[in-house]
Design a protein around this ligand. Structure first.
Ligand code: GNR
Ligand code: NI
Length: 174
């Protein structure tokens, strides 16, 4: 197991479309394990492979609310097969947009199909925070960030702030 670096906006890699996994092999399982470790260390409740620079359709998540209780989940080639007509609003954050939060409206429930650790097809129905998080992660696989749902003005302000932050960090490190 190893920690991987989380890419931060602005970064063109975050806008890449991720490719389907052909076979769930040992390398994919290693990626899943590293992503979970990286997500817990951050800490965050979800992570898409593209956030660690790997353009493959793999996401991990843990939306358990209880302190100290771990419920690690992973989804390979996740696809939304149905969404509810009713929406819900949650304040979202993103490990690639440090310090930025915004209320985003999405379908309240969704059904997804995916491959598990052994490459077997599975389906789950999600609601609440899990539904929001799965949709946030699947957006990453399409190169979409939550700021894309905000007004142009709000989005520009956030991207400018993050560019400044990034330059400042580079100035300190170099
Ligand atoms: O840690 C995270 N919290 C979060 C809160 C509300 C909605 C979505 C998320 S996902 C985010 C981690 C992340 O960036 N995943 O891509
Ligand atoms: Ni994110």
């Amino acid at each position: 197991m190893a920690l991987r670096e989380i890419l931060k906006e602005p970064n063109d890699v975050l806008r890449q479309k991720s490719l389907p996994v052909e076979i769930v092999d040992e390398k994919i399982r290693e990626l899943i394990d590293d992503m979970l470790e990286t997500m817990y260390a951050a800490p965050g409740i979800g992570l898409a492979a593209i956030q660690v620079g790997v353009p493959k359709r793999v996401i991990v998540m843990d939306t358990s609310k209880k302190e100290g209780e771990k419920l690690p989940m992973h989804f390979v080639n996740p696809e939304i097969i149905s969404k509810s007509n009713s929406n819900s609003i949650y304040e979202e954050g993103c490990l690639s947009l440090p310090g930025q939060f915004a209320e985003i409206e999405r379908p309240a429930k969704c059904k997804i199909k995916f491959l598990d650790y052994n490459g077997n097809p599975q389906e789950i129905e999600a609601e609440g925070m899990l539904a929001t998080c799965i949709q946030h992660e699947i957006d990453h696989l399409e190169g979409i960030l939550f700021i894309d749902y905000l007004s142009k003005l709000k989005k520009t302000m956030i991207v400018k702030k993050l560019s400044k932050q990034k330059k400042e960090i580079e100035r300190i490190i170099v």
